[in-house]
Design a protein. Structure first.
Length: 294
């Protein structure tokens, strides 16, 4: 900046000096740059007709400005080169960070996809297990139904066979109370299972509350001697482990939740009927029931 001011001041001084000196009649002819009107021959004794005294500093000034401009251009080019180098370094660093972030993101996405695939396979395995369990229960239910039909046939034959039929009728009547109690227990258990499944499908009901329901149901079927012989404990554990079916989020009908538990409930009712006949048969065979003689 100081160099520019000095240069401009020098140019102004030269211009003023030139304006004051050119064509001034008060100056001697040697300082006048105009041609002597007496001619080259006449004015030879007075000195050079053309005075180039002012041309030297102006040429020096021009050379100085040219050198200064050249140096300025070199300085500007150096700054530009440094700027380009800095920009390239920053760009390279940003690209490296971008590639690193992109790689980490892709790695995380691949990990999530792998975990999702594992969860899908696990869910598919659960679904196949539930389907297999349901098929097994259906087969067991059909088998029990067939046994029930056979027992009903035996029952009709025994009921019409005199003293043995009378003993069986009396034994079946004695088992009515147990059958009614077991059926009532199953209905209570059905209500508790619906409540438990509703808690399982709820987004706001605490998990601890559902676990407490499951614990109470297991204690009920284990400690109650009237239903302990039905073997409901393992069936309940299977329901708690595998039955994850829920209706849509806007569902308000508890009977639409659950799938495996409804198959088990039908199976249990058939089991109660079967157990009633078996208990009556055992009572007759062991002689606990004696028919009344007519």
């Amino acid at each position: 900046m100081m160099l520019i001011l000095i240069t401009d001041a020098w140019v102004c001084c030269v211009c003023l000096f030139t304006a004051a000196s050119m064509n001034n009649l008060n100056n001697p002819p040697r300082w006048n740059i105009q041609q002597d009107p007496r001619g080259r021959e006449a004015g030879a004794g007075d000195g050079n007709p053309w005075n180039y005294a002012l041309l030297v500093p102006m040429l020096g000034l021009a050379a100085f400005r040219w050198i200064w401009t050249k140096e300025s251009q070199q300085e500007i080019q150096r700054v530009k080169d440094e700027y380009s180098k800095d920009v390239s370094a920053v760009k390279s660093e940003l690209e490296a960070r971008y590639q690193e972030t992109l790689t980490e993101t892709r790695r995380a996405a691949a990990t999530l996809e792998l975990e999702l695939e594992k969860e899908k396979q696990r869910g598919e395995g659960y679904r196949h297990a539930i389907v297999s369990q349901r098929q097994q229960l259906v087969v067991e239910q059909k088998k029990l139904q067939q046994e029930r039909d056979v027992l009903n046939g035996e029952k009709q034959r025994w009921l019409t066979s005199g003293a043995a039929g009378a003993a069986l009728r009396e034994a079946l009547e004695r088992e009515n109370n147990w059958c009614l109690y077991a059926t009532a227990t199953l209905r209570e258990l059905e209500s508790q299972l619906m409540e438990r499944q509703d808690a399982y499908c709820s987004y706001i009901q605490p998990r601890d509350q559902r676990l407490e329901m499951e614990k109470n149901m297991l204690l009920k079927v284990v400690k109650d001697p009237a239903v302990a012989e039905l073997g409901l404990e393992s069936d309940l554990k299977d329901i708690f482990k595998r039955d994850s079916y829920c209706a849509n989020a806007l569902n308000t009908d508890r009977r639409r939740n659950g799938s495996l538990m409804w198959v088990y409930l039908k199976y249990w009712h058939l089991k109660v009927a079967m157990q009633r006949h078996k208990r009556a048969e055992i009572a007759v065979l062991e002689g606990k029931v004696q028919p009344h003689s007519k």
